[in-house]
Design a protein around this ligand. Sequence first.
Ligand SMILES: Cc1cc2nc3c(=O)[nH]c(=O)nc-3n(C[C@H](O)[C@H](O)[C@H](O)COP(=O)(O)O)c2cc1C
Length: 197
Amino acid sequence: MDELQKIIRRRRTSKPVTFSGEVPDPGLVRELIEIARYAPNHHKTEPARFYLLGREKIGQVGKLFGAVAAGDGSDPSLVEKGKRKEQEWSSCPGLLVVTCHTDQDSDLARRYTDLAREDYATCSCICQNLLLLMESKGISSKWSTGPVWKHPEFARTVEIASPGTEEVVALIFYGYSDAEIPPRPLTPLKDHLKDFS
Ligand SMILES: Cc1cc2nc3c(=O)[nH]c(=O)nc-3n(C[C@H](O)[C@H](O)[C@H](O)COP(=O)(O)O)c2cc1C
């Protein structure tokens, strides 16, 4: 089987708690982001924005996630969960936030009502490209949409460039992991394919 097929099948979501403390080279991650951007993009809007966080901001985002998970503090089990989440997220070696920028007031958005949906599709392709590129370099990852972005301090903490017109697509946690994750079994293709060939 060729290399691309192997990587696609091998990539699995990894739990950040299994990541070692080693931080993947930010220069390498920047290169992977550059390659990942070559995804199909209707209207060539280049909608993806990237926020490559370092130690300090990862810790701050972890704290915010802990606060979101803890809720209003009245439920001890949620407070406990908040502590766990903060610890898990804060100690992650790498975190990349990917957002989708679509200006709904632009002429293009007025002309193409599907623009935001299609921009989001492009950003999703870019995220998958990134996960596969990371996998190809031995970097494990997890795509999360954990609700930390709902925290009122999130946009300021990550320094989101246009908070009003950017939507979080993925928080990509990454690092090195020895955990062996078996391939994910899928239902048979024939259940999902009408083949008229
Ligand atoms: C859009 C999107 C959002 C996701 N959000 C989360 C999340 O918030 N928390 C989580 O544990 N996993 C999240 N995942 C990972 C999925 O749970 C994972 O892909 C799925 O369980 C299949 O496992 P696999 O990636 O190992 O094949 C997300 C994946 C996608 C594509």
